[in-house]
Design a protein around this ligand. Structure first.
Ligand code: DX5
Ligand code: ZN
Length: 216
């Protein structure tokens, strides 16, 4: 399949979110990527359920919700009700990852497992057949606009091998520091979904930049 693009609203203009949502709606982007941070799992606090409920009213594309919170099981159902189509949880934040994945699936949402840059792909060996998506962090989570970590290329390759070996249907999403240079390289290694915040919303013409990130 051609790769998907998920603009991260973390870098959007919070004073006029509707305008940026409408831009993504009419653009070639595929999903909205929404970063939820609790100030405990990551050293930053972003937005949560009430904001996502409002985004859902304006968005015409699926909501890809990236939970950077500890013990996300407590909130799976409520994020689904708020409008999440895909809910991703960090392996590092779940004591019982298998249970977390099925809690999400039972809400009707697709489930994703996220790995921080330091977490090995081998951690996924016994969950890869259960998860709908794996999100590889290519920066340490918490902030937009950080530098891409080059070891991600090796991890995508390794993850793709694991998916093929286990005949898993999981898709691969990459998040953090994605730009027009590394995007095509990541897709070549096997990435299915690219998240981009700063590269899109920091550009003079965000809608055109989305086009560039989609067509290479
Ligand atoms: C970081 C978030 C990312 C972030 C990406 O913790 O998970 O989704 O918004 O932003 P950029 O593309 O600017 O690195
Ligand atoms: Zn994210």
């Amino acid at each position: 399949m051609p790769h998907l693009l998920a603009p991260s609203l973390l870098s959007a203009n919070f004073l006029n979110l509707e305008k940026d949502i409408e831009m993504v709606n009419r653009s070639q982007a595929d999903w909205f990527h929404l970063d939820v941070m609790d100030g405990v799992f990551v050293p930053n606090i972003s937005f949560g359920l009430p904001v996502i409920e409002k985004i859902k009213q304006a968005a015409t594309k699926p909501l890809d919700v990236h939970l950077m919170i500890i013990d996300p099981d407590r909130f799976a159902e409520r994020f689904r009700k708020a409008g999440a189509d895909i809910i991703s949880v960090h392996a590092e934040a779940c004591l019982h990852l298998h249970r977390s994945v099925y809690l999400i699936k039972n809400t009707g949402a697709k489930a994703g497992v996220v790995l921080n840059p330091h977490s090995p792909v081998s951690l996924l060996y016994d969950i890869i057949s259960d998860t709908d998506m794996v999100l590889l962090m290519s920066v340490n989570p918490g902030f937009g606009g950080q530098k891409f970590i080059a070891n991600t290329y090796n991890k995508v390759r390794e993850l793709k091998e694991l998916i093929l070996k286990k005949k898993s249907a999981a898709i691969i999403e990459i998040d953090g520091g994605i730009d027009l240079v590394n995007a095509p390289l990541l897709v070549k290694e096997g990435a299915d979904v690219l998240v981009a915040g700063n590269t899109i919303f920091g550009a003079p013409h965000p809608e055109e930049t989305i086009g560039l990130l989609k067509n290479f």
